[in-house]
Design a binder for this molecule. Structure first.
Ligand SMILES: NC(=O)C1=CN([C@@H]2O[C@H](COP(=O)(O)OP(=O)(O)OC[C@H]3O[C@@H](n4cnc5c(N)ncnc54)[C@H](OP(=O)(O)O)[C@@H]3O)[C@@H](O)[C@H]2O)C=CC1
Ligand SMILES: O=C1OC[C@@H](O)[C@H](O)[C@H]1O
Length: 403
């Protein structure tokens, strides 16, 4: 019963009436954020989470059409709007704006992040960070050069700062959402022994992505691997604590209207051994924008799961991408009793910030603002990590082309 009540409380706080707080703090005026594009994801990823952040004001929105910008601004209580051909640049030129949220199509991430950084704005950038690893590298280089914060919005995860420190213990943890953090903690604790395999899937039912969507547009950086696949790759890299050493196979289904677009991609990867002189860790990812119906007509639910097989058991997480809605962690030791866990908040008594109704995006916003304000964030996605994710997306696409 408590879990049903908890579910409805979280849904209420997420989508119906996100809690709001007063915007006055001892830390000076709130950070004013401008949104580039009246994107569908903006309310969930920024506008609602900002309501409960005392140090954030979503101050402006720009859209290619001024009428759309105005409508969006009024709907969400945003003070300023900018529109027309120069609308995005006008937002960037506004000296009142300190930071920009970039939820433009993937193929425009680079252009507008570079322009935002050039205009002196910190940037919260949607995933995947660019169209290529080189674009990502150049964006992070400019952010570094200008002393500005740039964060790729991999909201679901926590990332250790340096891959070289991995596999030691979870002393260097930084956190995004407690659910994926808990899975990682179980692996790192050694209770299931060493890692043998890591698998991650993300698929959307047919009909979820409409015709004409940015995900189906090649020149806008579409494709299943770019969209859903970037999470699965990120997730296996995170859970395997490093970067792959090879893509051993990759296959894709093609969009009939534009065969350059993959509508589903599967890839097998190798990671470094998890024990000295051990075998490589085997990994697989699967992503799909058009999961077929069951028995041709029954729409199926999204597939959002990750599984780690260790030599003494398995841990599996259901819904690692949006864990605040609902998730399930199942631990199955080879010898011993199977158990399930949920992690909507960090254990009480720990010093981490967060509430059970905080979405992954709310945790992410907390980290972004902390970083901009010179505080140490609970979690961070490093530039090296973002660039590596793009690099391995490219390598998987290359393998698909060659197979
Ligand atoms: N973190 C997360 O959970 C999620 C992240 N995303 C990411 O966010 C980004 C946006 O996704 P989503 O909100 O679903 O996309 P939308 O299509 O809703 O938004 C994209 C925005 O891009 C602008 N745009 C500018 N040029 C073009 C163009 N040529 N064609 C189409 N749109 C254009 C539009 O702005 P305008 O208003 O000016 O017309 C539009 O509002 C993507 O990078 C995606 O990967 C998406 C969903 C979830
Ligand atoms: O980032 C995302 O997460 C949720 C999905 O709906 C979406 O396609 C993707 O862009």
């Amino acid at each position: 019963m408590a879990s049903v009540t908890g579910f409805f409380k979280r849904i209420h706080a997420l989508f119906i009436d996100p809690p709001a707080v007063s915007k006055t703090t001892d830390n000076g005026p709130p950070l004013k954020i401008g949104i580039l594009g009246a994107a569908n994801i903006a309310p969930n990823a920024l506008i609602y989470p900002a309501r409960s952040h005392p140090e954030v004001e979503v101050y402006g929105v720009a859209a290619r059409d001024i009428g759309k910008a105005e409508k969006f601004a009024k709907k969400y209580g945003i003070k300023k709007w900018y529109g027309g051909q120069d609308g995005y640049q006008e937002l960037l030129n506004d000296p009142a704006i300190n930071a920009v949220y970039n939820p433009l199509p993937n193929g425009l991430h680079y252009e507008w992040t570079m322009k935002a950084l050039a205009a002196g704005k910190h940037v919260l950038l949607e995933k995947p960070s660019g169209d290529t690893a080189e674009e990502s590298r150049l964006m992070f280089e400019l952010a570094d050069h200008k002393g500005l914060v740039l964060l790729e919005a991999f909201h679901y995860r926590r990332v250790p700062c340096q891959f070289s420190k991995l596999r030691t213990a979870s002393t260097h943890v930084a956190r995004f959402h407690p659910a994926i953090q808990r899975v990682k903690e179980i692996i790192d604790s050694g209770e299931l022994g060493s890692i043998k395999e890591v698998h991650a899937s993300l698929g959307f039912p047919k009909g979820f992505i409409p015709d004409g969507d940015i995900r189906l547009n090649y020149s806008l950086g579409g494709g299943a691997l770019m969209d859903a696949g970037c999470y699965t790759l990120n997730c296996v890299r995170y859970l395997a604590s490093g970067n792959p050493t090879a893509v051993t196979s990759a296959t894709a289904l093609r969009y009939p209207k534009d065969p350059r677009i993959d509508t589903a991609t599967s890839a097998d990867l190798l990671f470094p051994p998890s024990t000295p002189n051990g075998p490589p860790v085997r990994a697989s990812i699967k992503c799909d924008l058009f999961l077929p119906n069951w028995f041709w007509f029954i729409p199926r639910p999204p597939v959002v799961s990750a599984r780690v097989v260790c030599d003494q058991g398995t841990v599996e997480v259901l819904n690692y991408v949006m864990p605040v809605i609902y998730h399930y962690i199942t631990v199955t030791p080879n010898a011993g009793k199977k158990r399930t866990e949920k992690a909507y908040a960090f254990p009480s008594g720990k010093s981490e910030k967060g509430e059970s109704w905080w979405s992954t995006y709310r945790y992410q916003l907390e980290a972004f603002v902390d970083k901009v304000r010179g505080r140490t964030p609970q979690t961070w996605v490093s530039s090296e990590d973002s660039i590596a994710n793009m690099l391995w997306i490219e390598k998987i696409y290359e393998e698909v082309r060659e197979s």
